[in-house]
Design a protein around this ligand. Structure first.
Ligand SMILES: C[S@@+](CC[C@H](N)C(=O)[O-])C[C@H]1O[C@@H](n2cnc3c(N)ncnc32)[C@H](O)[C@@H]1O
Length: 241
């Protein structure tokens, strides 16, 4: 794994990185705290592919954790790079790729802001999933992601909406009632409304092309894409060509 030493580590919440580092050994346990990410992975991969057709493309996965999406994109034929600020997660990601014989994926310990400064406009596709609600300054992440994509490239974000319904579903439901996630996984104040995210994208020079919500049915234990952005949602953006 490549480690880049950089002063660009201001936009990092150390407690968040610590939280994910402590769970790092569970990234690939599909019955663990990371089960929801495994369950939504085919949906988000399908969504990304619908717009960006990743086969043969260079993709960057920002806040990649153990590489659940990064590795799926590499398996889908992309040359994938995953970055995160939790070293343990990156080590797990790299080990998992090695064990699976996947060579078209690389992991780097570097902030997205530092990578954007060093290698602007170098990826066809940039993804940043379920990460922005864990950082102090999400707009800085959006700007860096936009800078890293090539002209005409695609940028995808997913996060949680700061709406009471999201508090009910993502915190009371998932953390307390269903115990799908550890308590304290999410901080409601850090959730981002679609309007706020759209503004951040606009200010970063991204054109918002599409948005979809994700809905979980606790009875069937299935996720599906929906039009409502009330709880979890994803957006697809394009850099001017
Ligand atoms: C909920 S996990 C999502 C992992 C992955 N994106 C996925 O959806 O499968 C959030 C990830 O964001 C990472 N993270 C938090 N703050 C970060 C930062 N400032 N820079 C890079 N990664 C960060 C955490 O270490 C963790 O791996």
């Amino acid at each position: 794994m490549q480690t880049d030493h950089t002063p660009h580590n201001i936009n990092v919440d150390a407690a968040e990185i610590d939280k994910f580092s402590q769970l790092a050994h569970k990234w690939w346990d599909k019955d663990s705290e990371f089960k929801p990410l495994h369950d939504i992975n085919p949906l988000r991969l399908g969504y990304i592919n619908r717009f960006a057709h990743i086969e043969g493309k260079t993709v960057l996965d920002v806040g990649c954790g153990g590489g659940i999406l990064t590795e799926a994109m590499a398996r889908g034929g992309a040359t994938a790079t995953g970055i995160d600020m939790a070293k343990k997660s990156l080590q797990i990601a790299q080990l998992h790729a090695l064990e699976g014989g996947i060579s078209n994926v690389a992991y780097r310990l570097i902030s997205v802001e530092a990578l954007a400064e060093a290698e602007p406009a170098s990826f066809d596709v940039v993804t940043c999933m379920e990460m922005m609600e864990h950082v102090p300054d999400p707009a800085s992440i959006v700007r860096a992601c936009a800078r890293l994509a090539k002209p005409g490239g695609w940028v995808f974000f997913s996060t949680l909406n700061r709406k009471p319904k999201a508090y009910l579903h993502a915190i009371l439901g998932a953390e307390y009632l269903l115990q799908m996630l550890p308590r304290g996984t999410h901080d409601y104040q850090k959730f981002i409304t679609p309007a706020e995210l759209a503004r951040m994208c606009r200010q970063a020079g991204l054109e918002l092309v599409d948005s979809k919500g994700l809905s979980y049915n606790p009875l069937s234990k299935q996720y599906r894409l929906i039009d409502s952005l009330d709880v979890n949602y994803m957006i697809a953006c394009r850099v001017a060509g």
